[in-house]
Design a binder for this molecule. Structure first.
Ligand code: FAD
Length: 350
């Protein structure tokens, strides 16, 4: 998805200078440092929003060790980074996991996501943190057969759910947001949660309750105990409530049981790994493969500290070498943003 939420229809491989894998704080700041050196970037993240761990795991917690910001919440840091990189106009591809990374005969790289989007890039920056956030699978027999067609952990295109009997399971923000978004287009919408107490934003909860009052949403308190269907097509679900079991018609189930972090496809890209981390040098933060860099929590080197400020330092050095690959023969100049009019022009401040 693009930053404004529109689905970008790929018409062939997207050619770019750099692909950044991961939109955590370090991936975001990589856009800035590359941008100062005229390197254009596309950023891909499996999450549906920027910010990695800061936005997903602790958006409201204050961070106290970001230089010059005595206290900043996880989400505010992400918002500020998004504002800071705006002049460089990165293109975001949210809700997509990079599965394939391979070198082409001309030394560039080909990347492909699980949504089928393809990229050809001169350099690749892996800012994959602790790995890709992966949805937790409900413990239901046979659920694998329906995954991707009738059991969805994220919604790529709302239209595919038009006129469908939708079952949403969960009590957090994702479950409530999708209940409100999908209710107008679904044939029927059932929200199922273990207890009548929701962790989501209060205004979403009250809006959901209004829809329950008007009969537009059915709220059930209980758990799914079984799924029915044939092939990859879901037809129904058995719901266990305190009053017993009930079978309801379901075309599509959306379980929102939270996320875990797994290294995921990074392990399959032929890079040297050490305890699930990518060893890099501390001059350029380059991996065992020329032109592929690793920054932030995903890398390792003597003395590495998994801190946001370490990642910020790493991307500054990485960008110097990346620019040399993107513009071979061109001298990479070291300049201050305070005094360089050309940098200020790029930042739109001169
Ligand atoms: P991440 O934030 O992990 O982002 C990586 C992104 O890459 C993720 O969004 C992931 O979905 C994506 N990704 C991975 N693989 C793929 C793939 N194949 N395709 C697409 N996307 C992919 N640090 C501090 O400096 N100070 C603190 O006070 C602090 N407090 C913390 C508190 C908590 C509770 C936690 C959990 C961490 C804290 N940290 C703190 C650590 C800090 O959050 C991390 O160091 C930082 O998030 C690392 O940033 P990153 O960009 O490298 O990775």
């Amino acid at each position: 998805m693009s930053l404004d939420g529109n689905v970008v229809e790929p018409t062939g491989p997207i050619e770019t200078d750099a692909v950044i894998i991961g939109a955590g704080p370090v991936g975001l700041f990589a856009v800035f440092e590359l941008g100062l050196l005229d390197v254009k970037a596309h950023v891909i993240d499996i999450l549906d929003k920027p910010g990695g761990q800061c936005a997903e795991l602790y958006p409201e917690k204050p961070i106290y060790d970001i230089p010059a910001l005595p206290s900043v919440s996880g989400q505010e840091l992400v918002d500020r980074l998004m504002q800071q990189i705006e002049p460089f106009g990165p293109t975001f591809h949210f809700g997509e996991r990079v599965d394939v990374l391979e070198r082409l005969p001309d030394e560039r790289f080909r990347l492909k996501t699980d949504a089928g989007t393809e990229f050809i890039a001169k350099v690749v920056v892996i800012a994959a943190g602790g790995g890709s956030f992966t949805p937790k699978r409900p413990p239901l027999e046979g659920i694998e057969a329906f995954e991707g067609s009738s059991v969805l952990y994220s919604v790529r295109r709302m239209e595919t759910l038009r006129d469908k009997a939708v079952l949403i399971v969960g009590g957090g923000d994702s479950a409530l947001d999708w209940t409100l978004n999908l209710q107008p287009i679904a044939k029927s919408l059932t929200l199922l949660h273990r207890r009548d107490d929701f962790r989501a934003a209060p205004h979403s909860v009250s809006k959901m309750r209004e829809l329950v009052e008007t009969g537009d949403v059915r709220l059930m308190i209980g758990q799914v105990s079984a799924l029915q269907g044939s092939g990859d097509k879901l037809e129904g679900a058995t719901i266990k409530t305190k009053d017993g079991e009930e079978r309801i018609d379901v075309d599509v189930m959306l379980p929102f049981f939270g996320l875990t972090m797994k290294l995921g496809p990074v392990a399959n890209w032929g890079l040297a790994l050490h305890e699930n981390l990518i060893p890099v040098d501390t001059e350029k933060f380059e991996t065992s493969e020329k032109g592929i860099f690793a920054v932030g929590d995903i890398n390792t080197y003597p003395g590495k500290l998994k801190l946001i400020l370490s990642g910020f330092h790493e991307v500054a050095l990485m960008a110097q070498q990346a620019a040399r690959y993107v513009f071979p023969g061109k001298k990479v100049m070291f300049q201050y943003t305070t005094s360089s009019s050309s940098l200020q022009k790029k930042l739109g401040v001169s």
